[in-house]
Write a new protein. Sequence first.
Length: 251
Amino acid sequence: MTSLDLHGLGVRIHVTVSGSRVDELTDALRTAWSRCLVPRGSEIDASPLTVALEADEDLAARLQRFTQDVTQTAIQAQRGRLFMFHAGAVTDPRTGAALAYVAPGGTGKTTLSGVLGRTHGYVTDETVGFNLDGRIMPYEKPLSIRPPDFTGVKIETSPDELGLARVHPDARLRRFVLIRRDESVTTPTVEPLGVLDAIVQLTSESSSLSSLGTPLHSLAAFLDARPPTLLVTYAEAESALDVLVEALEET
């Protein structure tokens, strides 16, 4: 039996590792979660987790389930403390300004994070959490990559292994982009949204929003003080990269 601490989304999670293949599992966790092994300060303790790998279990499947467990544990710990959205995000390497691209699963957030993260600091490909002044609590989890022979199990891949840039030490959310996939679109379309329309669409991809005090009023004030939320529609994630970089860096 071994243990390690994971840090992300402003929390610390103590993990106990066991099972007949404990050494193999511990090495795999340390590799996949390399960016989350160092404390960031001002963290809160989340509920501890246990994870085991036995002789007849598939390592990749176990790592995928563990990532889901970590995410849910971190979200639960920050319930009522942070705005949290189902989103990927990157930061401008010069300023720390962050772009959060919000969407349901299977829309291309991980693909966007893996490509944008080569030149912009990788924040997360799963859950963006921030406070009222926009300061982001990075969650530099492994990216959940679909292999070419995907049969339902993704490969949890460290951002270090993918060569992604480090998140800016003062990451602050500058704007949201809502991303939608439409196979019939040949060129990405961009539609600015008013605050009310943005709130309607963002709330469907939020976590524990109702646990915050005056959540809709606070979110409206947050959005009103920033560049308009954009609705970007595309067929393939790669085709929207230039649009997203421009959305982040425009003055």
